[in-house]
Design a protein around this ligand. Structure first.
Ligand SMILES: O=P(O)(O)OC[C@H]1O[C@H](OP(=O)(O)OP(=O)(O)O)[C@H](O)[C@@H]1O
Ligand SMILES: Nc1ncnc2[nH]cnc12
Length: 183
């Protein structure tokens, strides 16, 4: 058991070591946590998805749909959905999805955006796990929660690879939040 916990921590530490920071990107004053190097190393990328899967399975959460947030949530969400053998539904930036959609506008650390989801992609009361790469101010995740609420989905958890604790993003989110790495 102790060995298992230790190896989990080692994997988390290695994941964090593969997320460099870039000062003043995309705007002066922003310290950008760059998750892209994770994907340059298949072992680290595989660990990241396995750690998300282990968390969900260990929590005993029942998930019907993994919802991923454009764009970096698409790097982890579909892989996690396959491992959980459930559906994947994308939340996209406005104007990219055909058919009837539900929209929500929000503010993030370095700008403003509107996101949307296809109207009939999630059925009322389905258990939804929302996945993104990173929670900063929490605006993106909170807007995805609003979208899911308007579809009467049951949000079981908001899950991220990285959370920037100083920005207190989780205070904006009314649902359970879990992140693999706290920065
Ligand atoms: O907690 P917040 O302050 O809302 O910030 C977090 C969001 O910001 C980034 O996305 P971004 O909007 O930069 O888009 P991208 O994924 O398309 O790069 C990141 O991938 C999260 O989705
Ligand atoms: N500081 C940051 N680093 C990486 N992605 C972000 N998304 C919002 N804020 C971010």
């Amino acid at each position: 058991m102790a060995e298992n916990v230790e190896s989990k921590q080692a994997r988390i530490d290695r994941l964090k070591a593969n997320i460099p920071t870039v000062p003043d990107f995309p705007k002066p004053g922003i310290l950008f946590w760059d998750i892209m190097p994770i994907m340059q190393n298949p072992e680290v990328f595989s660990d990241s998805v396995a750690l998300l899967e282990e968390h969900v399975k260990e929590s005993g959460i029942k998930v019907d749909v993994v919802v991923g947030l454009e764009a970096r949530g698409f790097l982890f969400g579909p892989l996690l959905a396959l491992r959980l053998n459930c559906a994947f539904v994308p939340v996209r930036k406005a104007g990219k999805l055909p058919g009837e959609t539900v929209k929500c506008s929000y503010t993030l650390e370095y700008g403003k955006d509107t996101v949307e989801v296809q109207k009939n992609s999630i059925k009322p009361n389905q258990n939804v796990l929302i996945v993104d790469d990173l929670i900063a101010t929490g605006g993106t995740m909170a807007s995805a929660c609003q979208l899911m609420e308007s579809m009467q989905a049951n949000i079981v958890e908001c899950l991220a690879v990285v959370e920037l604790d100083d920005l207190k993003g989780r205070d904006k989110i009314k649902y359970p939040v879990h992140s693999l790495i706290h920065c």
